[in-house]
Design a protein around this ligand. Structure first.
Ligand code: NAD
Ligand code: UD1
Length: 349
């Protein structure tokens, strides 16, 4: 059977470009739709360089109904992987309308275009940020939801919409039901081992790993460690960092699972994509210094609003139902981040 054709929204971005590499290497045909609001076509040129394979590209906004309708008319798409979205928590607090319009409305236009074209297989980029307060730091998919900022709420709203679309299939006696995997990412870091693609944040990074690597390369002077008075062994925050290549392999497993027995009657199901292992901020700094031999200048400052002490995945469901588990360790994540950063000090510019 010929491999499927996958439409990848946001495919020029950090995670999307890594997904394109894995998809092409697994012999899928791919078409990328990206408005380049947070990426450059250079990433896609490098994807083709790494794989020696071509992909289709449309510079379009997912909110542009006409453009999407034309793309679905022209390309025979089997499955959509939906990465396109805005992702900066701070910006989402300042411009919530922009986030709801881009992420939530954009997804509605996409699902309408899919439905009109009869494409009903979707893998969605959700986030661990949809989880609410919990008594355990190890989050399982059935834990209560309760995002605390507009970015997180945009992801939670999209999850709700997709669950409702799927539930409506039974009421409408749909012969071809929606098959939807909601992938809740923990903290993706690292880069492709070639060093040709990686994370290229706009301006000063918000997230820990790109900040640390820019201190190491000398672009930034000092890391601020947000709090050392958390109830964790060294007092700094603990997160579940996952190598971006492991993460995107989870998407391929999800596409395969949508064709399997578990989704035979359709459905919409969340899966955590994390390693199940947490590391503190100071453990990340130590690992970076050890693996790269570069000193990381840091100072302890106050806590960042909205941060949890500790958050890591229970990844059991993804193992049991998708046959996926993360394979790379922290040293791999650090080495690949540094390989990308040192070979591309200005990112894709
Ligand atoms: P990214 O910004 O590098 O990639 C997103 C891509 O989507 C960019 O290329 C951007 O130009 C494109 N895009 C944004 N809005 C668009 C629109 N309206 N129409 C078309 N294209 C649009 O981000 P990323 O880190 O690769 O994240 C990908 C997805 O994963 C996002 O949905 C994000 O919310 C989610 N996610 C990311 C993380 C993370 O830490 N990176 C964690 C959890 C979830
Ligand atoms: C952040 C987002 C979350 C998003 C995730 C994506 C917030 C509040 N949350 O989560 O919605 O899904 O990124 O990966 O922004 N840290 C420092 N100094 C820094 C940066 C971070 O000490 O300069 C610490 C943080 O306090 C935290 C850890 O490093 O303990 C990881 O931070 P970060 O990379 O921003 O990820 P999250 O906070 O998990």
């Amino acid at each position: 059977m010929a491999k499927k054709k996958i439409l990848v929204t946001g495919g020029a971005g950090y995670i999307g470009s890594h997904a394109c590499v894995e998809l092409l290497q697994a012999d899928y045909d791919i078409v990328v739709v990206d408005n380049l609001s947070n990426s450059k076509t250079e990433s896609l040129a490098r994807v083709q360089n790494i794989t020696g394979k071509a992909l289709g590209f449309y510079q379009a906004d997912i909110r542009d109904r006409t453009a999407l309708t034309e793309i679905f008319a022209k390309e025979v798409i089997d499955t959509v992987i939906h990465f396109a979205g805005l992702k900066a928590v701070g910006e989402s607090c300042a411009k919530p309308d922009l986030y709801y319009h881009n992420n939530v409305y954009g997804t509605l236009v996409l699902t309408e275009a899919m439905q009109a074209a009869g494409v009903k297989e979707l893998v969605f980029s959700s986030s661990a940020t949809v989880y609410g307060e919990s008594t355990s730091p190890q989050y399982a998919e059935d834990f209560p939801l309760g995002a605390i900022n507009p970015y997180g709420r945009s992801k939670a709203m999209i999850e709700d919409i997709l669950r409702d679309l799927s539930a409506a299939d039974a009421i409408n006696h749909e012969s071809r039901p929606w098959k939807i995997a909601l992938l809740r990412y923990f903290n993706p870091i690292g880069a492709h081992e070639s060093g040709l693609i990686g994370e290229d944040p706009n301006g000063i990074p918000n997230n820990l790993m790109p900040y640390v690597s820019q201190v190491a390369i000398g672009k930034l002077v000092q890391l601020s460690v947000f709090g050392n008075d958390y109830p964790t062994p060294d007092g700094t925050g603990i997160r579940d960092y996952i190598h971006v290549v492991d993460l995107v392999k989870g998407h391929i497993k999800a596409i395969e699972a949508l064709d399997g027995d578990g989704f035979a009657a359709g459905g919409c199901r969340p899966y955590n994509l994390g390693t199940g292992q947490g590391y503190s901020v100071l453990e990340i700094v130590d690992a970076f210094e050890r693996v790269t031999g570069r000193p990381i200048n840091y100072k302890i400052v106050g806590r960042r609003a909205g941060d949890l002490a500790e958050c890591f995945a229970n990844p059991d469901r993804a193992l049991q139902e998708l046959g996926w588990r993360a394979e790379k360790n922290l040293d791999d994540m650090v080495a690949d981040t540094w390989n990308w950063q040192s070979k591309n000090p200005q990112g894709f510019a």
